[in-house]
Design a protein around this ligand. Structure first.
Ligand code: ATP
Length: 280
């Protein structure tokens, strides 16, 4: 068996009622236990790619998709589904139970997990996401960040090998986003789960081992976050917003205030800016 959680080869895809191909010759692979971020502006094909990989969309396309060496197709759908847990953008659409613990138990009930094991798994998943004290609360009474933690617990309780975050942080504030991603990172390393995160926000790639950028259905860039983050101009051409601090550094460099690889303390940079403007 290979060490690949996901392997996509030469994948092209066209929706039936769409004249253009949505995905064009995509190749990518993710090793077990690693974190891949798929980054692109809206409408570039990332959701389509992930739906195909999770077997949620029939692969009437060219190319192959494998999850743990198993081809993703209609015949293998049930066993592919066992490997994958998905957390979506809007937690409100994911709740089914009257309380947090009922909600986390729901997926286990569907799998006819024995009662004692179910209680244990719900308890452990809620502890993992630091929501155990909310077990008896109504899901609708929680904050956005807490709701996403519960959604994550529902997925964790099913013990997936791969967690897909489908813009899972986009309804949270910056603090909530950071905290959810940090939590996912902790659980990834604790349980050796593979994470695939799709996002249009470049600030979210920091935790990943590998990033791919898709634009117009094609893979345009691939690498580690540090490599991706220095490609300011390319990022802008793919409609991605370069982080504010990077834009400031770029401007300071253009003005000759700092050197390109000048990573001095904030105080020293502030001092240089002060000197620059004092001379004007
Ligand atoms: N069911 C469908 N039938 C026809 N075309 C579709 C369908 N779903 C998506 N598309 C088209 O495929 C392209 C890619 O859409 P997709 O949702 O995969 O992109 P995305 O990068 O995830 O965008 P977003 O971030 O807005 O969700 C878009 O042009 C979209 O209009």
């Amino acid at each position: 068996m290979s060490n690949k959680a996901l392997e996509i080869k030469n994948l092209s895809f066209k929706y039936r009622h769409n004249s253009k191909e949505t995905l064009k010759k995509i190749n990518l692979s993710v090793e077990k236990g690693k974190w891949l971020s798929i980054l692109s502006r809206n409408g570039s094909g990332k959701t389509t790619l992930i739906k195909l990989a999770a077997g949620l969309l029939e692969n009437s396309s060219k190319g192959s998709i494998k999850i743990f060496d198993q081809e993703v197709n209609q015949e293998n759908f049930a066993s592919i589904k066992e490997h994958i847990g998905m957390v979506f953008q809007n937690p409100d659409n994911q709740f089914v139970g009257p309380t947090v613990q009922d909600d986390v138990a729901f997926g286990l009930e569907n799998k006819s997990i024995e009662r004692n094991e179910m209680i244990e798994r719900v308890d452990s998943a809620l502890k993992d996401v630091e929501m155990i004290e909310f077990a008896n609360r109504e899901p609708n009474s929680l904050s956005g960040g807490q709701k996403q933690r519960v959604a994550l617990a529902s997925v964790l309780a099913l013990q997936p090998d791969i967690i897909i975050l489908d813009e899972a942080t986009s309804m949270l504030d910056p603090k909530g986003r950071k905290s959810l991603l940090k939590l996912v990172q902790k659980l990834r390393s604790q349980y050796k789960i593979t994470v695939i995160a799709i996002t249009h926000d470049i600030q979210e790639i920091e935790q990943s081992d590998q990033v791919i950028i898709i634009d117009g259905g094609k893979k345009k860039l691939e690498g580690k976050p540090a490599k991706i983050l220095i490609e300011d101009e390319k990022l802008e051409s793919f409609g991605l917003e370069v982080p504010f601090t990077k834009r400031v550094r770029k401007r300071l460099f253009e003005l000759g205030i700092i050197l390109p690889n000048d990573y001095e303390s904030k105080e020293m940079v502030a001092n240089k800016i002060w000197k620059y403007y004092s001379k004007m």
